[in-house]
Design a protein around this ligand. Structure first.
Ligand code: ATP
Length: 361
């Protein structure tokens, strides 16, 4: 397993890129540690597959270098990089048995049967494929076939990294969750360097120790699921992670307070001091679960007009208007629901400031 260094990577599919918009990847400079489970998360078109293909060697970056354990592999093709890849759709041999499919990557590299058999059995066991080992892959369900594909990626213990490109897309939703947990378990057992591309936040958050959030060709934050939730460093992370996403309200600064139209919101002394040094357009950001909802005026409460209340099972989401801006707040179970008017309190320690889309730090 290897550490992966991405040094000043940029990539454009244009022959002569002129402006930032011509780049699928703008500037990626990052180190991913050996044995880490990383999810590459971001919306369609943000550059996840481009970055994965640069790591695997399917694509040579327009600029920058890729290092595995300090060794420059930028100009090496995938077969010389010692990686395993699992794609969206199963890649396997239908006429072979499940055992032979799993054994193939090892046989191909000249391993002896005495080494192959126990490893194939171990991986089959982890993936619940043992009962099918003697069956031909052709007759199996799409889910089982994708499990075999995962197994073929996991069977070699000598690879630098295993790269997954949305491998659970074709899997039944019920099984998806089981397989994600399985992958996490496998990672804990085998300590592999895993890079997993997805646009699904639930998938990324359950699987990875570190989530790499991409947006418009850049990595905007790398962090644990908790860090991304508690401390989004970019507006995109704030509204992409969490459901519903973070609230953002354009504001100006007045001493220790943020002014949003006709109302003011108290900030912590640290946030206000950072905001005073920040340049560009300011916005207040707060998670719906951190807003306090009151049915009557309270000290520090901001009046809002209630638009709707949505029941989401164990909690409800209140949607309200604050000076023409939509705000969402999470109402804990059992709390009375204000009908037309409510007061929202922004706890200063939970209220963040963003300048030009980035958290002020
Ligand atoms: P998705 O989740 O839809 O696969 P992604 O985050 O993986 O998206 P990429 O496929 O890496 O994003 O695409 C990044 C940008 O590069 C997009 O604007 C896309 O249109 C463009 N792009 C990707 N592949 C090519 C190509 N072969 N030629 C030209 N442009 C491309």
């Amino acid at each position: 397993m290897a550490r992966i260094d991405l040094k000043n990577i940029a990539h454009s599919y244009h022959a002569k890129p002129k402006e930032p918009g011509d780049y699928a990847l703008k500037h990626i400079h990052s180190t991913w540690e050996e044995g880490g489970a990383y999810a590459l998360l971001g919306p369609s078109g943000c550059g996840k597959t481009t970055l994965l293909n640069i790591i695997s060697g399917l694509l040579t970056p327009s600029e920058g270098r890729v290092l595995y354990d300090g060794r420059d592999v930028t100009d090496l093709p995938p077969e010389k990089r010692n990686i395993a890849q699992v794609f969206q759709f199963p890649v396997l041999y239908d006429t072979m048995t499940v055992f032979d499919n799993l054994a193939f990557p090892l046989k191909n590299r000249g391993f002896k049967m005495a080494e192959i058999t126990p490893r194939v059995r171990e991986i089959a066991d982890i993936l619940d494929l043992t009962p099918f080992l003697d069956k031909r892959a052709a007759g199996l369900t799409a889910d089982a076939k994708q499990k075999i594909s995962l197994g073929r990626g996991l069977v070699r213990s000598d690879v630098a990294a295993i790269l997954f490109d949305e491998p659970l897309t074709v899997i039944d939703p019920q099984l998806k969750w089981q397989l994600r947990c399985k992958l996490k378990e496998i990672h804990e057992q085998l300590k592999l360097t895993l890079v997993y591309v997805t646009h699904d936040q639930v998938e990324a958050l359950t699987f990875a120790d570190q989530v790499i959030v991409m947006y418009e060709g850049e990595i905007v934050q790398i962090g644990t699921p908790e860090e991304l939730f508690e401390n989004p460093r970019h507006k995109f992370v704030g509204y992409f992670i969490g459901s519903p996403g973070m609230n953002f309200l354009p504001c100006s600064l007045e001493g220790r307070q943020a002014r949003v139209g006709g109302v003011t919101i108290a900030l912590s002394p640290e946030t206000a001091a950072l905001g005073a040094k920040a340049e560009g357009e300011l916005e207040v950001g707060i998670r719906p679960m951190h807003l306090e909802v009151h049915g009557a005026a309270v000290d520090g409460g901001v009046p809002v007009t209630v638009k709707s209340v949505e029941d989401q099972g164990s909690f409800r989401i209140l949607t309200a208007m604050l000076n023409g801006h939509t705000v969402r707040a999470r109402l804990p179970e059992g709390r009375p629901v204000p009908e037309t008017q409510a007061w929202l309190r922004f706890p200063p320690e939970r209220t963040k400031l963003f300048a030009e889309e980035r958290l002020v730090v």
